[in-house]
Write a protein that binds this ligand. Structure first.
Ligand code: NAG
Ligand code: NAG
Ligand code: NAG
Ligand code: NAG
Ligand code: NAG
Ligand code: NAG
Length: 402
């Protein structure tokens, strides 16, 4: 039977298995940020890069970070230009400036390449020993064009650091995918766009009792490497699913209106990832949390590393879509069981659009003690799991009954 149901029987075990890894990982991510004391003695209008004159005046030199190209047409990589973004993000180490002016290449400490937007005939002619070339990627390998990585020069010994959503990246970057942080460790307005979940939510009347609909799915990509569509099709034989977007027959055009609907109407929300790759978990998880619904998740990740205990339902814990449907119907009928999925809310904050990764990049750029490093074969690192990354849960196709 569903693992989630066993929770009551093995409470102590679950506290260890679920809470401990979540707290530990989130806490260690946080330590990366917190290790430096915040230094605010810097003149706010100082946007000068690393120059002799700024050093003479006793102003800490800024490390220069160069965007070599754009990120899907976005020249500022959604982060911005100059020194200000690091101050706005309240980075503990903020002595960095970002530019896309290639005239500053020679004095750049870090050069960022959005790998999917790389032009193979437009690479730097030279590089300096102190520079770090950064592999920047936010899509999963299943949805990544491997072409740039097959290019010999780029593949072998080109990159020094990786900046991706993967937890084993040098710079773990969640950006718009969001993070969930234990509340006790959260500094006030640490992140610019943050929404504090309501601490009184569980003291008020039942969340489940107010919602009249069961399950919604917002989807525009109808055929995916994860084959999530097949799972949903099977699930829909047992429970009603409202499918919005190109792949369904319902429409909802305004993104935030659609999400508000989750808060008022839907008990559950399909948060399946398009591909099942290591650590690839997007805002599909986080958005469910922000809008007071329970995400049903499918991904190539250990969700306990990304979300608080008893906050989501993972299809991996069920033998079949039919078993999952039974469990959803049980929760639908039992408000007290359903409401338990919100018990974590007073203890965690959910942040979409986090700048944590950029802060960490700036901290590393300023760390003179770091050793020289190079990825000998970036393709091997990136496509670490070519088999399962493209296959459905459990590596076996989900059976379809006609
Ligand atoms: C980045 O550029 C886009 C336009 O492409 C703009 O809308 C956005 O506000 C910029 N973001 C930052 C943080 O500067
Ligand atoms: C950058 O450095 C190279 C090699 O030292 C030099 O040839 C080039 O003129 C420099 N470029 C700029 C813009 O200073
Ligand atoms: C790639 O770079 C080359 C050399 O700078 C340039 O001629 C070409 O137009 C670029 N291609 C694209 C698609 O931007
Ligand atoms: C939408 O699709 C569902 C399932 O295929 C079907 O039961 C329902 O009648 C459809 N609704 C409309 C408005 O066409
Ligand atoms: C969910 O529970 C409500 C309230 O008991 C009930 O009216 C509704 O029919 C249930 N939905 C499904 C799909 O069983
Ligand atoms: C970056 O990688 C290059 C190429 O392998 C290497 O020569 C250089 O020493 C590395 N730089 C740093 C700072 O690690």
């Amino acid at each position: 039977m569903a693992a989630a149901l066993d929770y009551r029987k093995h409470k102590v075990l679950f506290i260890f298995l679920f809470c401990f890894p979540v707290l530990f990982i989130i806490y260690s991510l946080f330590l990366q940020l917190d290790a430096d004391k915040v230094e605010f003695g810097i003149k706010m209008n100082d946007n000068l890069p690393n120059t002799e004159s700024s050093r003479d005046k006793g102003i800490p030199a800024l490390k220069t970070i160069l965007y070599w190209n754009h990120f899907f047409g976005i020249e500022n990589f959604t982060f911005g230009f100059g020194h200000q973004p690091f101050i706005d993000a309240q980075c503990p180490t903020h002595t960095c400036t970002v530019t896309n002016d290639r005239m500053l290449f020679n004095r750049s400490d870090v050069v960022i390449f959005s790998v999917q937007n790389m032009n193979l005939s437009d690479l730097p002619d030279i590089r300096f020993a102190h520079q770090r070339f950064v592999f920047y990627e936010m899509e999963s390998p299943a949805n990544t064009d491997p072409q740039p990585l097959l290019h010999e020069r780029i593949r072998f010994g080109f990159f020094n650091w990786t900046m991706t959503y993967r937890l084993d990246s040098d710079i773990v970057n969640r950006d718009s995918y969001g993070v969930i942080v234990p509340r006790k460790l959260t500094l006030p307005s640490m992140f610019p766009i943050a929404r504090r979940s309501d601490p009184t939510a569980t003291e008020r009347k039942s969340i489940g009792g107010n919602k009249k609909k069961l399950l919604a799915w917002f989807v525009s990509n109808c055929v995916t490497p994860s084959q999530r569509e097949m799972y949903v099709e099977e699930l829909s034989r047992y429970v009603p699913i409202d499918i919005y977007g190109k792949c369904g027959n319902l429409t909802c055009t305004d993104r935030s209106d659609c999400r508000e609907m989750l808060r008022t109407d839907y008990k559950f929300y399909v948060g399946f990832e398009n591909s099942l790759c290591t650590d690839y978990v997007t805002e599909k998880l986080t958005a469910g949390f922000l809008y007071d619904t329970v995400p049903i998740v499918m991904g190539g990740v250990d969700y306990t590393q990304f979300a608080p205990p008893h906050s989501f339902i993972d299809v991996k814990d069920f033998d079949s879509p039919k078993e999952l449907a039974k469990y959803l119907l049980l929760l639908n009928e039992t408000d007290s069981l359903y409401d338990r999925y919100f018990d974590w809310k007073p203890n965690f904050d959910v942040h979409l659009d986090t700048k944590q990764g950029w802060c960490h990049l700036c901290k590393l750029a300023n760390d003179e003690r770091l050793p020289l490093t190079t990825y000998e074969d970036i393709l091997q690192w990136w496509v670490d799991d070519p088999e399962s990354c493209n296959l459905p849960v459990g590596n076996t196709p989900i059976p379809r009954t006609k």
